[in-house]
Design a protein around this ligand. Structure first.
Ligand code: 5AD
Ligand code: SF4
Length: 440
């Protein structure tokens, strides 16, 4: 018997890329490839890239540089670039880095096996008519109890700083029946928690199943249907736009027990002037009112957000408004980034804020966010929460999993098993995790 071929895959960027990487591994699995953690052992190296900020993009080129000696020693090694840099820079990647054999965009990766069989440079950055999800192999056996499930791709919002509408294309929602089939399949393989993914997931509008009258389903309706599936204990979704939080979705946070009390709701800035320049189409007051409604539905929900500092034209006073918004909302966690001009986006035409000023603002904002994150963790101490065990911890007899509120939790539980959903009482808070004692 011949040895199976080995695939090394590295994933950059968001959770949608993590999902896409899994599906590419499965697609190559059907071709006889198994994965390896060691690039040196691989027959194919695949880099699934992110284009959101310049730094993320540049990582691709430095990683490709590091692969040069490997490719020189083994010219038959296939090197592939997938994801959003592949989409945005296409054949340009092969011009800059001739060692790259395959360039495949996020909408064309069902054709990866075919590209891998080809000889010579292969590029596929189409937005094909066919739906890649219909052509990918069914989900394979999984080890973990949690899974991502992409329900929506692309974005029609065109925030002035963002490349997503260009790299991932227009908003497309998968039909409800396909999502339900994939969810049931995952659950039958031991998954108990599903995170529904989309660049703008709460803008989801998918065809309803024919036997339920078809029509147009919202994310809330999809969540309510998933909550009825036996064996699915937890539902999350990300990433959301404030303007797409409809009444039913907010209500679902109050009345669907499986929908976990954590919501990533990026606001980007606290300044009305900057929100307008960013083309966000909402004000800071709109956001405050929305947060109030969400908290009225689910008082213990933890909120998180993304922030950009140093957007072109951002003054001290604008930044002050962002700090003020963060103090007002109080987040459980948040991500903050220094603005990075992206080619082809409207904001890239405008002059940048001085780098030192943007750096100082980023530090100040991150310090505030860190203090809020610590406070949110401390407030959990003494509380009873659910934890889904994902793996054994570093200490003997310890299990690690996520709480309902998405905190990493360490539990001393020598009898604990991966995939168990247990009740715990939180006993302590460390830098980035909680410790807890099992009570059921
Ligand atoms: N510069 C900095 N941050 C960006 N993001 C998106 N585009 C840019 C950019 N050009 C951030 C936003 C978004 C998150 C995924 O990345 O905050 O919500
Ligand atoms: Fe980018 Fe804005 Fe769309 Fe989010 S909503 S993907 S930030 S354009």
């Amino acid at each position: 018997m011949t040895e199976p071929k080995k695939l090394f895959i590295k994933t950059y960027g968001c959770q949608m890329n993590v999902y896409d990487s899994e599906r590419m591994v499965e697609a190559m699995g059907a071709e006889g490839y198994v994965t390896t953690e060691v690039a040196e052992d691989a027959d194919m190296v695949l880099l699934n890239t992110c284009h959101i900020r310049e730094k993320a993009s540049e990582k691709l080129y430095s990683d490709l540089g590091r692969l040069k000696p490997l490719k020189a020693a083994r010219p038959d090694l296939k090197i592939g670039v997938a994801g959003c840099v592949a989409q945005a820079e296409g054949a340009e990647i092969q011009r800059r880095m001739p060692l790259v054999d395959i360039v495949v965009g996020p909408q064309a990766y069902h054709r990866l096996p075919q590209l891998a069989r080809g000889t010579g440079p292969q590029v596929d950055t189409d937005f094909p008519e066919e739906d890649k999800f219909d052509l990918l192999p069914a989900r394979k056996a999984r080890r973990g109890p949690t899974a991502f499930l992409t329900v929506q791709e692309g974005c029609d919002k065109f925030c002035a700083f963002c490349v997503v509408p260009y790299t991932r294309g227009a908003e497309v929602s998968r039909p409800v029946d396909r999502i339900m089939t994939e969810a049931r399949d995952l659950i039958s393989r031991g998954v108990r928690e599903i995170t529904l993914l989309g660049q703008n997931v709460n803008a989801y509008h998918g065809h309803g199943p024919a036997d339920q009258g078809g029509g147009d389903w919202t994310l809330a309706r999809l969540i309510r249907a998933l909550a009825k599936v036996d064996g699915l204990d937890r539902i999350r979704y990300t990433t959301s736009h404030p303007n797409d939080m409809d009444d039913d979705l907010i209500a679902a946070h109050g009345d669907v027990p499986q929908l976990m009390p954590y919501l990533h709701l990026p606001v980007q800035s606290g300044s009305d002037r900057i929100l307008k320049a960013m083309n966000r189409k909402h004000t800071r007051d709109d956001y405050f009112r929305l947060v109030d409604r969400i908290r009225a539905a689910r008082p213990d929900i933890l909120l998180s957000s993304d922030f950009i500092v140093g957007f072109p034209g951002e003054t001290d006073s604008d930044f002050h408004d962002t700090m003020d918004l963060v103090r007002h909302v109080t987040y459980g966690a948040a991500f903050s980034f220094k603005y990075s001009a992206r080619p082809g986006t409207p904001a890239a035409e405008k002059p940048d804020v001085e780098a030192e000023v943007a750096d100082a603002r980023l530090q100040e904002l991150q310090a505030l966010i860190t203090s809020q994150q610590r406070a949110a963790q401390l407030a959990m101490v003494g509380r009873e929460v659910g934890v889904l065990y994902e793996k054994a911890g570093r200490q003997p007899g310890q299990m690690v999993g996520k709480s309902d509120h998405l905190h990493a939790v360490h539990v001393d539980d020598p009898d604990g098993k991966v995939g168990e959903l247990v009740r715990v009482r939180v006993s302590g808070s460390a830098t980035n995790s909680l410790s807890a004692v099992r009570i059921s």
